[in-house]
Ligand binder design. Structure first.
Ligand SMILES: NC(=O)c1ccc[n+]([C@@H]2O[C@H](COP(=O)([O-])OP(=O)(O)OC[C@H]3O[C@@H](n4cnc5c(N)ncnc54)[C@H](OP(=O)(O)O)[C@@H]3O)[C@@H](O)[C@H]2O)c1
Length: 386
């Protein structure tokens, strides 16, 4: 049987870890690395090849130049290569840079919910999906950038990818570990069904304070409902600190690998994904070659599950996503960025996303520079080190 071909678009911090993990999976036939930066991508491809071989695997990895700013040429590459699945990790800026600011400046800026940065994550996801459509590409597509919200906007524009990755699926292993510990059984015998939004994640791995976003969870041990017995609501919020910054990508990439394997038909199973088919927030799904199928929790209709995640949007700074894909932000999202950066983050039309992202990034860099942090230097170092 032909082994699947997988393409990664964007070889930043997350894309590089996904590449390393994919390279060690012998069920994958070929990995196509699509990046703007030929020299860097080739060294990363070499590292993945020799690292995988050092571990005993022999991946086929190939570089192709792709710049999503040229949608037509990106579409030609997608059509020509026609992989079984494309995962896009392309983004105008990564998520962890605010963590580099001095404590007072960081606290001030981090009062803005994550969704305040939406244009930074939306812009290239939109270009990626436009190229996918232009190529008439029919394989599976995964978007890494803030999918709980980004994919909803994409869906309003008729550009929904198969689903997102990470986020909700990063919460589930914590629950399985802690529930297993509490019951003195292996986490392998613990099954979790969770409906929740990206907005819940800061509460699961930190303690931001304030109201916890809504969610619904079912935990089973060898088929027995133990949700009450393990005190799932407490487990979810039990301290479980993770290192800040790009080290987190080992968790995201681990989850991504299982999702990719399922979607290319190597394995099938229950997992959790953000934004299947452009729905808000995350859901349990069975993923297989034919796509992702949502698994409903007992006693919770699909409409109720979607409503939980709709109600979570404002916790991430998103007041409303209109039928035309324009986005109204909450006043705390716009207020903090206005006060700290002088950035005016009113209603976002998707067509304005790129210009808005460029302005937001520029103002953030000026703000960081005033705090003595040179973000361009940090990013250059990060590209060397990750
Ligand atoms: N869902 C999750 O659980 C999860 C977890 C972690 C991160 N993320 C998200 O994933 C995204 C990437 O994060 P990261 O830390 O890897 O960011 P990063 O290190 O800044 O990498 C972003 C990459 O995007 C690519 N890119 C930029 N402009 C491009 C263009 N015009 N055309 C094609 N590619 C372009 C670049 O790759 P090349 O230089 O190779 O072209 C760049 O390295 C962010 O949106 C982040 O928030 C999601």
């Amino acid at each position: 049987m032909r082994k699947p071909k997988v393409m990664i678009v964007g070889l930043g911090s997350l894309g590089s870890v996904v590449l390393e993990f994919l390279a060690r999976d012998e069920a994958i036939g070929e990995i196509i690395v699509a990046s703007r930066d030929r020299a860097r991508a080739q060294t990363r491809c070499n590292l993945a090849r020799v690292g995988a071989l050092a571990q005993g695997a022999m991946p086929q990895i190939r570089f192709v130049p792709v710049d999503l700013d040229d949608i037509g040429r990106a579409a030609e590459v997608f059509a020509r290569e026609s992989p079984d699945l494309i995962v896009s990790t392309a983004s105008m800026q990564t998520w962890w840079l605010t963590g580099l600011l001095p404590p007072a400046a960081r606290t001030r800026l981090c009062r803005a919910p994550f969704g305040a940065w939406l244009p930074v994550h939306l812009t290239l996801a939109m270009k990626f999906m436009r190229a996918v459509r232009q190529a008439d590409y029919r394989g599976h597509t995964l978007v890494a950038s803030f999918p709980d919200v980004v994919n909803v906007v994409l869906a309003r524009l008729g550009l929904a990818p198969t689903c997102g990755l990470g986020n909700l699926d990063e919460i589930v292993p914590k629950l399985r570990y802690l529930a297993g510990e509490r019951l003195h059984v292996s986490p392998r015998s613990i099954r979790v069904l969770l409906v929740a939004h990206h907005a819940l994640e800061p509460f699961v791995f930190g303690s931001p304070g304030g109201e916890v976003p809504p969610y619904r969870v079912l935990i089973e041990s060898d088929g027995r409902d133990v949700t009450e017995e393990v005190e799932a609501a407490r487990l979810l919020l039990d301290p479980y600190p993770l290192p800040p910054g790009p080290a987190w990508h080992f968790l995201t990439a681990g989850s991504t690998l299982r999702l990719v394997a399922a979607l290319v038909g190597v394995s099938e199973g229950l997992l959790h994904v953000p934004a299947p088919g452009g729905l808000p927030g995350g859901y349990p799904v069975v993923a297989s070659r034919s796509g992702v199928r949502i698994v409903d929790l007992p006693g919770l209709s699909r409409e109720q599950a979607v409503a939980i995640n709709e109600r979570s949007h404002p916790f991430d700074g998103i007041q409303r996503i209109e039928a035309d894909g324009s986005v109204e932000f909450t006043s705390d999202a716009t207020g903090v960025l206005k006060e700290a950066l002088g950035y005016n983050g009113g209603r976002l039309q998707p067509s304005e996303s790129e210009a808005r992202a460029a302005e937001l990034i520029a103002r953030f860099r000026e703000y960081a520079a005033r705090q003595g942090v040179d973000l361009a230097a940090v990013e250059a170092t990060s590209r060397l080190m990750t």
